[in-house]
Structures are given as structure tokens and as C-alpha cells.
Design a protein around this ligand. Structure first.
Ligand code: KG4
Ligand code: ZN
Length: 341
């Protein structure tokens, strides 16, 4: 089965062609980073307008890259939610109209299921059951995964998501947008140990997380440095180093607990923050110690992309889960509402 995937939930238009037998044939991405950088974050209305302009040329480019004609496609998968309403509606309406015109089935995919299954696009795939640490700009979740659509939420963030904390920290330090890669790059020049940030919610049992305190800690540390005439690039780098280490170690402590609690030794890490060097290093060290294994998407599939939507949609279409012609975007959508296949 050959499936066209369309991702448009936030600030990236991602298109891909996935073949259930041959694997990923082609994928294209347009990032709106430059468009939103001026405003220091995503402007929803600008995002929708840009998706409208990009989606059809990108579909054409992806088909050309794979040497595929539209009439060879067997199904269309699009991001139905969660995400920005206008952005979701753009992808959904293009997907639905194209499916109607081609007389093929279409399916709305849960964006976070796309992230969760992204490591399945790699040659070495994780086997069920596994624990998934899903860390993106909008979510930080620890999930027990027993199969596709069999998701049990074990832990969630009580406030900011891990990616959001990176983005807000970058903003406080005037590093620009998106914050994750900026903080991470500057952290490389930071001195380990100059500042010690807390490991939030690790001193009590449970798998829930909270990252907003780290952002406040950054603010206080920086304001103190300003007062003491120490507001230098080196100080910023040292703060980034301490912040990144705190996030990575907190996530690692929570994952260790989840693996122990569920007696599972396979960890899947996905979503934008799974691209982070320090997070990967700490989680790899944990899994090596446990003689287990951590699986990640390739770097370009950690953040939003069409390939993960095409993959997740293919699995559901293969199980006969196509939907009616009408569609509705779901800006808020819990993973646990999904049907098992
Ligand atoms: O998964 P994603 O593309 O979008 C959502 O579904 O939210 O994740 C984007 C988030 C942003 O907050 C971004 O700052 C963060 O992932 N991110 C990173 C890195 N690359 C992206 N955070 C830390 N380190 C990185 N290298
Ligand atoms: Zn995402």
C-alpha cells in the first residue's frame, strides 16, 4: 500500500510517500522558522497561510522525487490533531479533497502517535511492549506502549513541556527561536558545574514532570549575574549547560522509574527534544547500565515531518480504519482515546 502523508499541525509543512513493502520513498519539508523568528514564537494565523501556499507544491515535489504519479497512491494520511486549528484544517482539507478526487481512503492521524512511531521508520525497530518518552514542544509524556493504539499514559508534565522549557529559556537569555537547538549549541561551550539547577519532582515518587521551575531558575540566575556585572556570553553558556543537564537528568530519572515499574527494558524516545545530544547521552548510559536499548528517530524525524504521519496512517489504513468523507480537526486530543488495531 502506497500512502501520502501530510503534516501541518504547527510550523512545518511535511509531506512523505510511504510504501508498506518498500518503506519510505520520499519526503519533503518546509520549515516556517524564519517566518516566525521575527515574533519570537509561532504566530498561528501566519502558520496557516504559509501551509496553504506550501502544501500542494510540496506534494508535487515529493511525487516527483519518488517518481510517482498521483493515481498510483492508495491512501492519504493527514494530521488531524493535536495542533493549531487553522494549520490542521489546511492539511485536512487538502488531504480529504485529494482523496475524494482520487477515490481513495483517507485517515486522520494523531500527531503524537506519529512521533511515537517515528523510530519504526528506521531499520532497527523497537519491539512491543516498550516505554516511550515523548518530548516535544507541546508535550512531555511517559507512555507504556503494548501495540499500535495501545497507549497507557504513565506520566505527564504538570506545566511546561520539555521543549517549551527550552524555548522559554532561550527567550529569557535572548538566544532566539526555536530555543532547543540554540540552548543546546551554547551549552557546548558552558562549564559543567558552575551552576547547579534542581531536578524537579525527582524527590518524590511518581512519573509526572514539571519544567516551569527550571525556567524561573534560569531567570533568577541570569538576573543575579546582571546585577553582579557578570552578564557575559560565558555566563549564558554556563546557564545553558546547567539547564540542559537538569532536563536530561530529570528525564532519565523518570524513565528509569517507568522501566522498573513496568518491568520493561526497551525505551523509545521521540519528539523534538529527542534530538538533544545530552538527553540522548544520558538515556543511552541508563540503557547500557540496564543492558536494555534506547531507540530514537533519525535526527530529521525527531521534529515534525510528513514521514511519521505517512507511517502511522499506513498502519491504520492497512487495518481498514479509513474514515468518512467529512472531517474535523482536533486541536486537543488525548493519545489514550485512540483505538487499538
Ligand atoms: O516535536 P516538535 O517538532 O513539535 C511539537 O510537536 O511540539 O518539537 C519541537 C520542540 C521545540 O520546543 C524545540 O525547541 C525542541 O523541540 N527541540 C529541541 C532540540 N531540537 C528541537 N530541544 C532540545 N534540544 C534540541 N536539539
Ligand atoms: Zn510534533
Amino acid at each position: 500500500m502506497l500512502v501520502l502523508g501530510i503534516e501541518s499541525s504547527c510550523d512545518e509543512t511535511g509531506i512523505a510517500l510511504y510504501d508498506s513493502e518498500k518503506g519510505l520513498l520520499a519526503h519533503q519539508l518546509h520549515s516556517q522558522v524564519e517566518l516566525h523568528a521575527l515574533y519570537g514564537g509561532v504566530v498561528p494565523e501566519l502558520a496557516s497561510r504559509d501551509h496553504i501556499q506550501r502544501v500542494i507544491p510540496l506534494i508535487r515535489a515529493t511525487c516527483k522525487q519518488a517518481n510517482i504519479e498521483l493515481n498510483q497512491i492508495d491512501g492519504i494520511a493527514y494530521t488531524k490533531g493535536p495542533g493549531l486549528m487553522g494549520a490542521l484544517l489546511t492539511g485536512s482539507s487538502v488531504a480529504r479533497s485529494l482523496a475524494f478526487a482520487l477515490n481513495i481512503p483517507a485517515i486522520g492521524v494523531h500527531h503524537m502517535e506519529g512521533h511515537l512511531l517515528a523510530p519504526m521508520l528506521e531499520e532497527k525497530k523497537p519491539e512491543f511492549p516498550f516505554i516511550c518518552l515523548l518530548i516535544s514542544g507541546g508535550h512531555s509524556m511517559i507512555i507504556r506502549v503494548d501495540g499500535i493504539g495501545q497507549y497507557k499514559l504513565l506520566g505527564d508534565t504538570l506545566d511546561d513541556a520539555a521543549g517549551e522549557a527550552f524555548d522559554k529559556t532561550a527567550k529569557l537569555l535572548d538566544l532566539g527561536y526555536p530555543g532547543g537547538p540554540k540552548v543546546s549549541n551554547l551549552a557546548l561551550e558552558g562549564v559543567t558545574g558552575r551552576y547547579k539547577f534542581p531536578r524537579p519532582m525527582t524527590d518524590r515518587p511518581g512519573l509526572d514532570m514539571s519544567f516551569s521551575g527550571l525556567k524561573t531558575f534560569t531567570l533568577n540566575t541570569w538576573q543575579k549575574a546582571v546585577k553582579e556585572n557578570d552578564a557575559t556570553e560565558q555566563t549564558k553558556a554556563d546557564i545553558c549547560r546547567a539547564f540542559e543537564l537538569a532536563v536530561a537528568e530529570t528525564l532519565t530519572i523518570k524513565c528509569k522509574r517507568a522501566l522498573e515499574q513496568e518491568s520493561i527494558n526497551t525505551l523509545v524516545v521521540s519528539g523534538g527534544v529527542s534530538a538533544n545530544r545530552e538527553v540522548r547521552a544520558k538515556l543511552d548510559a541508563l540503557m547500557a547500565k540496564r543492558k536494555g536499548k534506547a531507540f530514537y528517530p533519525r535526527l530529521e524525524f525527531c521534529t515534525d515531518n510528513g514521514a511519521m504521519i505517512a507511517y502511522a496512517g499506513t498502519q491504520r489504513l492497512l487495518a481498514g480504519k479509513a474514515e468518512e468523507l467529512s472531517f474535523a480537526a482536533k486541536p486537543r486530543w488525548s493519545l489514550e482515546e485512540l483505538e487499538a488495531i
